[in-house]
Ligand binder design. Structure first.
Ligand SMILES: *Cc1c(COP(=O)(O)O)cnc(C)c1O
Length: 408
């Protein structure tokens, strides 16, 4: 981990903002803000203009989360959704209509690819998937009808970086909107709006909530017209966050800066250890970059590079099977960003619905595993990985990896 100067204005201290999220201060008030579960709100008469009317439109507990997430990016209050994919759906419905074109990074969350390829395409929205690490590829793909450029950096699951400032300039010159999925770094470690994006996207299910107890999504923007449109779509489609999940997410947010910085250091240590293991073909984490990509990581990330590491096992799917079967501390799940160390096999789990050619093109091999470092002592994590790697050596597999059949 290296420290880099923060472009953030001195007026917002993210650590303080997170630490105080949802707290009350009034005489006799509960210290921790209560959950407002009510579906609806009383009006004194038919002309009442009270703030909250019905919880599909807005709810005080959800607003607490929205104020905090918006504040972290010096933006308008966020719009919070039931899930990250509900947030993405609302963004697409708000910005796109039949005949529009989307440019999407080819290394993004598998669910984003599936939504664009298997749902939006039926509504006459065409998507071109590009190598978003290559600015020329993005530039060459923009068309007069391109309305939206969607990228994720570090990318999922290969952790390649996109130069957000450069892509924002190109996107805006083409009259389109730039959306950045910032789930992996969160506003604590990367500020997409400061780098030129029009909207930041979060699956709050991951690092922001952090404890694997609540699904959620958020969109953050400084554009009031866009925010009003997003809220309107949310009201029309009924995709708002639930009060209980919003409340749990606020409690998670309070420790986000501490968690993600600590987990980033652990990930950096794990990545360095994995790079020395003979059974591991390649390790991806921004801390391992050199040259221009390293400079980009230092410029774009705020002092740490995130808790997600991916690594490719030489023995392909057989090695991945043996390895995952022998882990005892790390949990094999379809998830990232919790306080527990989590391992995902993208080819059969998160990215199973991504066409095989696109998976191959972005380096999602059958031996690729994604690790999300948790809060356990780093020595315990490494000991668990070491045990599982030894099991591969003990059970030599066919060196020629069998093709991987998706199960989800
Ligand atoms: C999980 C995830 C999503 C989708 O979020 P859900 O809350 O599961 O709907 C989107 N983007 C990224 C990067 C994710 O990890």
């Amino acid at each position: 981990m290296t420290s880099s100067p923060s472009p953030r204005s001195a007026s917002v201290d993210p650590d303080l903002l997170c630490a105080r999220a949802g707290l009350n201060a009034g005489d006799g008030e509960p210290l921790v803000g209560a959950i407002v579960q009510s579906t609806t709100f009383c009006r004194s008469d038919v002309d009442s203009t009270c703030t909250h009317q019905y919880s599909r439109v807005s709810n005080p507990t959800v607003s607490t989360l929205e104020d905090a997430l918006g504040g972290l990016e010096r933006a308008l209050p966020a719009a919070c959704f039931a899930t990250g994919l509900a947030a993405e759906t609302a963004l697409f419905l708000a910005l796109l209509k039949q005949g529009d074109h989307v440019v999407c990074g080819r290394s993004v969350y598998g669910g984003t690819t599936r939504l664009l390829r298997q749902v939006l395409c039926d509504f006459g929205v065409e998507t071109t998937f590009v190598d978003a690490t290559d600015i020329d590829d993005v530039a060459a793909t923009l068309r007069p009808n391109t309305r939206l450029v969607f990228v994720e950096t570090p990318a999922n699951p290969t952790l390649d970086l996109t130069d957000l400032r450069a892509v924002a300039d190109l996107t805006h010159a083409a009259g389109a909107c730039l959306a950045v999925d910032n789930t992996f770094l969160t506003p604590v470690l990367q500020q997409p709006l400061d780098l030129g994006a029009d909207v930041s996207i979060y699956s709050t299910t991951k690092f922001i909530e952090g404890h694997s107890t609540s699904l959620g999504g958020a969109l953050v923007t400084r554009d009031d017209a866009l925010l009003q449109r997003l809220r309107f779509i949310r009201k029309c489609t009924g995709a708002i966050q639930s009060p209980l999940n919003a409340w749990l997410t606020v409690q998670g947010l309070r420790t986000l800066p501490l968690r993600i910085r600590h987990q980033s250091v652990t990930a950096t240590t794990v990545a360095a250890w994995l790079a020395d293991q003979p059974a591991v073909r390649a390790v991806h984490h921004p801390s391992r970059l050199t040259g221009a990509p390293r400079d980009l990581a230092e410029r774009q990330h705020l002092g740490a590079h995130g808790a997600v590491v991916t690594f490719d096992l030489r023995g392909g799917i057989d090695a991945a099977r043996t390895f995952t079967a022998h882990l005892t501390l790390c949990r094999v799940v379809e998830h990232v960003g919790a306080i527990d160390t989590l391992i995902t096999h993208p080819a059969t789990m998160t990215h199973a619905d991504v066409p095989i050619e696109q998976r191959r093109a972005v380096g999602i091999t059958d031996g690729l595993l994604r690790l999300s470092a948790g809060l356990e002592p780093v020595d315990a994590i490494i000991a668990d990985l070491d045990r599982a790697l030894r099991a591969i050596r003990a059970e030599p597999t066919t060196q020629e990896a069998r093709p991987c059949v998706a199960t989800t």
